[in-house]
Write a protein that binds this ligand. Structure first.
Ligand SMILES: Nc1ncnc2c1ncn2[C@@H]1O[C@H](COP(=O)(O)OP(=O)(O)OP(=O)(O)O)[C@@H](O)[C@H]1O
Ligand SMILES: [Mg+2]
Length: 199
């Protein structure tokens, strides 16, 4: 599985290029940061990779990837559903028996440090817990490629560290993880980074 971008350039308006001539290949198991100042086109590049935005020039190709998952900057869950429900839902949707899904979900929640809040409702979770829950749910739905937009922007240092550790768990499971961020700790935790302002 891989993502290959060749000579990508994008401008929403004539001659206002966000980035130019960007080429890279990312393989499964890799966790790669997309970095650059606000407005440099990180979220746009995620959209191009996901296929929602057509680049002005160049190509982005997904090879051997059939499922693409997305974790947005603001975690959105169902307010009155429990954390556990959020994680079992993709497994039930994939046809797993309920008992098995619950057992697996509890394991996943615990690997993200969320066992204590498994039965709390989504609206009772802290920002960092909600963000980790979105990552836990991604693990349960097993995408081949996971696109994450600014997972730590609104978190304090210790919550950021737990979210960063959670992303590492996903990459180790063989997923290809790409994360847009301006947080240097998140960038440093990735295998490598692609800097948009240099293009
Ligand atoms: N659909 C659109 N139409 C026109 N301009 C857009 C559109 N989407 C984004 N832009 C502009 O393109 C630029 C890049 O936006 P983008 O959201 O990709 O930046 P970013 O690097 O993710 O920024 P941030 O760090 O603030 O999230 C911004 O100036 C934005 O206003
Ligand atoms: Mg953005």
């Amino acid at each position: 599985m891989r993502v290959t971008a060749k000579n990508l350039s994008h401008a929403f308006q004539d001659d206002h290029w966000l980035f130019r001539d960007l080429s890279f290949t990312v393989e499964s198991g890799e966790m790669v940061a997309l970095t650059g100042p606000s407005g440099s086109g990180k979220s746009t590049l995620l959209g191009i990779i996901a296929g929602w935005i057509k680049p002005t020039r160049g190509t982005s190709e997904l090879v051997g990837i059939s499922r693409v998952g997305w974790v947005f900057q603001n975690p959105h869950g169902v307010a009155r559903r429990s954390a556990l429900d959020h994680v079992i839902q993709p497994m039930l949707a994939a046809g797993a028996p309920r008992r098995e899904a619950i057992k697996k979900a509890l394991d996943i929640l615990s690997s993200f440090g969320l066992d204590r809040v498994a039965h709390e409702q989504f609206h009772q979770l802290s920002g960092g817990e909600a963000q980790r829950l979105m990552l836990a749910r991604s693990l349960a739905s097993k995408p081949d490629l996971l696109l994450i937009d600014e997972p730590t922007a609104q978190l304090d240092a210790s919550s950021s560290l737990t979210v960063i550790a959670a992303m590492g768990v996903l990459a180790k499971s063989g997923m290809l993880v790409m994360v847009a961020t301006h947080d240097t700790r998140t960038r440093d935790a990735c295998h490598r980074s692609i800097e948009l302002s240099e293009h």
